[in-house]
Design a protein around this ligand. Structure first.
Ligand code: RM4
Ligand code: MN
Length: 383
């Protein structure tokens, strides 16, 4: 139990700056009170999540949503609040020029513009001390024949190689895939296999990131995790949950059992280290944002605790014996354990309140920001 607690204490979960701003669907973005007006206020909110959970010490930035004049100043603002800057997320999906793609666009001028943005993101990594660049491309086509699939792969490979060359020794990029949306016929990076193939060609500083909402329904995500770990190519996660498509709901809300199975593979595959980025990529469209992030962090902690509880020796013995039901029972025993008392105890041992949700609600932080943050433009996802 001591080892399990140590592992849980060492866990690091990164929250996304965009979760603190307003978001919504393509039908409506609902504004909420107290929402940050700039990246500095987003980081202040992220610091609250860390203050109450103790395991969320970094916040990811999204450029240009989090564009500031002085990134070193933003990083020291974060440090002053007890958090650091995590992954830098590029954004080549919100400019009119990108209607037909960004790095895969048929026009070389548009490709050059997209690449310049990706390289600017590496500059921001240098300025903030971030070691991770996250690349997600909305590139794809809507109609058969619209563009050449293989030519687009060539253009993608060329851009990725240029970014790879620009990375410093201690920097890496995580390549993200997504089945569909916004492209509806063909996506240039639709699945882990495509992302993996590009990363393998480039080298060790290119790894795949698994966004749990980016698969077809029924996909066995833990298999992908096990495979990528085995190949040294799992860079991290964008955690969220989904009922239908890329719903971006709170991780562990739709399918806590899937999250447990993923964490079980991560631990078994040797991926439970600081080299795997456990990031949240969520949008809190109708629920309060900071509390939504705290809940999400707790959901990841609970799944992790259950995965750590699996009696691996008993499991291996059952597997060796071909004991199908016995092996399954070992796994389910861990999953069905109520780990909330264990996590409450762990927090108290670390000087935290046992129930982060209640402690945050009692702190009055939300009432304070709701009263203070009046005037100015609330941050949003700019769609
Ligand atoms: C995308 C993808 C990226 C995230 C954006 C906001 O669907 O998941 O990781 O940066 O959404
Ligand atoms: Mn994502």
């Amino acid at each position: 139990m001591r080892m399990i607690k140590e592992s849980l204490r060492a866990q690091r979960i990164e929250t996304p700056s965009w979760a603190y701003g307003n978001s919504g669907t393509r039908f409506k973005v609902f504004a909420q009170r107290g929402v940050p007006r700039d990246p500095y206020e987003k980081i202040a909110d992220a610091a609250q999540v860390h203050a109450f959970t103790g395991v969320a010490p970094t916040v990811a930035l999204h450029i240009p949503w989090d564009k500031v004049d002085d990134y070193a100043d933003l990083a020291s603002h974060a440090a002053g609040l007890g958090v650091g800057i995590g992954a830098i997320n590029s954004n080549v999906f919100q400019d009119d020029d990108y209607k037909l793609g960004s790095v895969t666009h048929p026009d070389p001028k548009v490709r050059a513009k997209a690449l310049a943005h990706l390289l600017e993101c590496v500059d921001i990594m240098d300025a903030t001390g971030s070691d991770t660049l996250k690349l997600w491309f909305s590139d794809g086509t809507n109609y058969p024949g619209q563009d050449d699939i293989r030519a687009r792969q060539d253009r993608l490979a060329e851009a990725l190689a240029a970014v790879y060359q620009r990375l410093g020794d201690d920097q890496r990029f995580l390549l993200e895939y997504k089945l569909f949306e916004p492209a509806f016929y063909m996506t240039d990076l639709p699945d882990w296999g495509t992302a993996y193939a590009h990363c393998v060609k480039l080298g060790p500083k290119a790894q795949v990131v698994v966004d749990t909402g980016h698969h077809a329904p029924g996909t066995n995500i833990e298999f992908i995790v096990a495979f990528l770990l085995r190949e040294g190519k799992l860079g991290g996660f964008d955690f969220n949950s989904r009922f239908y498509a890329d719903d971006d709901l709170m991780v562990g809300a739709a399918d806590p059992f899937q999250l447990f199975r993923i964490m079980y593979e991560v631990i078994g595959g040797g991926g439970f280290t600081e080299r795997t980025a456990f990031m949240l990529d969520q949008c809190h469209n109708i629920e309060p944002k900071i509390a939504g992030q705290i809940r999400s962090v707790m959901n990841v902690q609970e799944a992790t605790a259950k995965a750590l509880l699996v009696d691996r020796e008993a499991l291996a013995a059952a597997q060796r014996a071909g004991d199908v039901l016995g092996a399954n029972a070992v796994l389910m025993d861990a999953y069905n354990t109520d780990v909330r008392p264990l996590l409450a105890e762990l927090r108290e041992e670390s000087g935290l309140a046992p129930d982060p949700m209640a402690a945050y609600a009692k702190s009055g932080y939300f009432e304070r920001i709701a009263a203070d943050r009046v005037g100015g433009a609330q941050a949003g996802w700019g769609a």
